[in-house]
Write a protein of this length. Structure first.
Length: 585
């Protein structure tokens, strides 16, 4: 165990950084069978100033250690703080075995408290948040728990911009390559799944309702809602060529309106306390990256027509597996049907305005399906290895609106009844396969689903005082169903196909009949979590709440003998499974 921080306080003013100094574990050299990051924090966010999430990063520019350089670090942890004030400490663990090559040398790092307007409670003194403990747990290999094959190099990659950034040289013997993607909307993009197309917002000003879902927090405002459309996806690029896709997870902010419309108190929503990266296989590009020239591997968040980097939290980690028996590999990228597939969703609507009843209603439908194949090969010291990636990504979104009230154009005061129904189906079906001499040496299959059902209603008025406008809601009602489903299987030579399944579901309902006084509304929620694998591993957990109090909690329900039991190599949080070893009973 290596502790990198203990009882460190994030400053309520000034710096939001807690630096640390990492030294590899004495007497426990690499290789390791497993490496886990465990973090314990305290301090509720419900009275905190603009805090939204935390990040822990290693400073890759600080070779040999020293003071934090201030450069962009490689993220090894990305999470939000616990909402519930009665929970003094919360703990999160993350599997980082695939990043083990970073942990063999002395480094500096930093814990960041990132502020992006989530749950801003203006006028209250911020409650400090503490890092009670942050430590890395290293497990030595044994005959029963052998060390896996992990990436030989791990690097941070950048975000694509209008001005191309300089490329970098990579090892000349790359056999496989992957990118871990973390993506979240921040500031005005936090509610991207509820945004409307910009041209529709301009045509129907009522869509900019001060009672709508929006980003303002405790401040005088003239409107809420958001534009830019509801489609979001992340593209991976190699030298400006599309090389892969990652879905955007619809992370739920704490608060949906200027009142106390909070649904994750006390049960955290899906991935609220930790966001797990999505892994993209770019192995067909291995030969290109190995040619000794400079190359750019980058990410781009697509779909937001405003294209403002301020609204993005986007980072990527490049992982390279090298051919240890060769100093140079050759080969070619032979097929890429994604290269010409632009992210252009189909957007239709049947919005209508009835002047007699002063009602705007209709549904905005957004859909984009992209199916692609990318193929390439590398000539390695063990023969030619063919890589093939097939993926089908489907983004299907319906945004139903019903707004009763006058056209607000030019009005200082008016009443309104605002309703919005979001139906998002975001799925990815993917197959990654590598063959050598007709033998399958890797076959990974994954189906992933991120559904979101969101029903929102706010009723009240908009008032102007001394030229400043503000909403006066007297009813806010909210219902949420959110899930993360993953079905995956992995095949390696000499082993049976290993299968896993994960179901992570959050349901909540909120009702505030006195929102004008910012009273806390009634809220109930349920959270269920279940992971299983084909070797008998099982982990299940569930809880229910009523009015911010825990009403039930179960563990192991549905597992053999009613007990949670996991194999040492299991990733029950749905993290990408590297399968550098052959799992055995």
């Amino acid at each position: 165990m290596v502790e990198i921080a203990r009882n460190r306080q994030f400053q309520t003013e000034g710096s939001d950084v807690v630096p640390f100094f990492y030294v590899p574990p004495a007497g426990c050299p690499r290789p390791w069978s497993k490496v886990t990051l465990a973090v314990e924090l305290s301090g509720p966010r419900e009275t905190h100033f603009i805090t939204s999430h935390f990040e822990i990063a290693l400073d890759l520019a600080a070779e040999g250690g020293g003071e934090w350089s201030g450069s962009a670090g490689l993220p090894i942890f990305f999470a939000s703080p616990q909402e519930h004030a009665q929970l003094p400490v919360w703990r999160v663990e993350r599997e980082i075995t695939d990043y083990a090559s970073l942990l063999t040398r002395v480094q500096t790092g930093v814990m960041l408290q990132v502020r992006d307007n989530d749950r801003w409670t203006d006028g209250l003194d911020p409650t400090p948040i503490y890092v009670r403990s942050a430590k890395l747990l290293f497990y030595p290999p044994t005959s029963a728990t052998p060390a896996p094959r992990v990436p030989d190099e791990v690097r941070l990659i950048g975000v694509a911009s209008a001005a191309p950034r300089p490329g970098e040289a990579f090892p000349r013997n790359i056999e496989r390559a992957y990118v871990d993607v973390l993506a979240r909307g921040v500031y005005g993009n936090r509610f991207w799944f509820a945004c409307v197309p910009t041209d529709r917002a301009e045509a129907y000003p009522a869509l900019w309702s001060p009672l709508g879902i929006g980003n303002a927090r405790g401040e005088v405002i003239t409107s809420l809602g958001c534009s830019g459309g509801s489609y979001r996806e992340v593209e991976v690029y190699v030298d400006g060529q599309r090389a892969g896709l990652a879905p955007m997870f619809p992370w739920l902010p704490s608060n949906f309106h200027v009142s106390s419309a909070t649904v994750d108190d006390p049960a955290p929503a899906v991935q609220a306390l930790q966001m797990v990266p999505y892994r993209v296989d770019i192995s067909p590009f291995a030969e290109l990256l190995s040619d000794g020239l400079s190359h750019r591997v980058e990410l781009r968040l697509v779909g937001d027509t405003r294209d403002e980097p301020l609204f993005q939290r986007l980072s990527g980690v490049l992982m390279l597996f090298l051919d240890r028996g060769a100093t140079q590999v050759t080969g070619a990228l032979t097929r890429n049907t994604l290269a010409t597939q632009a992210p252009t969703p189909s957007v239709t609507d049947d919005l209508t305005w009835d002047a007699a009843t002063e009602t705007l209603q209709g549904t905005i439908a957004t859909r984009l399906e992209r199916t692609y194949v990318i193929e390439g090969f590398v000539n390695t010291s063990r023969g030619r290895v063919n890589h093939r990636v097939w993926q089908r990504s489907l983004f299907d979104h319906a945004n139903g609106m019903r707004i009763v009230g006058p056209d607000p154009t030019g009005l200082d005061d008016y009443d309104q009844d605002f309703s919005q129904k979001v139906r998002l189906s975001n799925t990815v079906d993917r197959v990654s396969q590598s063959t050598r001499g007709g033998e399958v040496v890797l076959d990974d299959r994954e189906y992933r689903s991120y559904p979101l059902v969101l029903d929102y209603r706010a009723k009240g008025s908009f008032r102007t005082n001394d030229g400043l406008g503000y909403p006066v809601p007297n009813l806010i009602e909210l219902g949420v169903h959110q899930a993360r489903g993953i079905r995956a299987s992995y095949l390696r030579p000499g082993m049976a196909r290993y299968r896993t399944a994960l179901s992570d579901v959050f349901d909540a309902a909120y009702l505030d009949l006195d929102a004008q006084d910012s009273a806390e509304g009634e809220v109930s929620s349920a959270r269920t979590y279940r992971f299983t694998d084909s070797l008998g591993g099982c982990y299940s957990a569930a809880l229910t709440t009523e009015n911010r109090a825990l009403t039930s909690r179960t563990r192991g329900t549905g597992c053999p003998d009613g007990r949670n039991a996991l194999r040492w190599f299991s990733y029950p949080d749905g993290a990408p499974q590297s399968m550098g070893w052959a799992p055995r009973p």
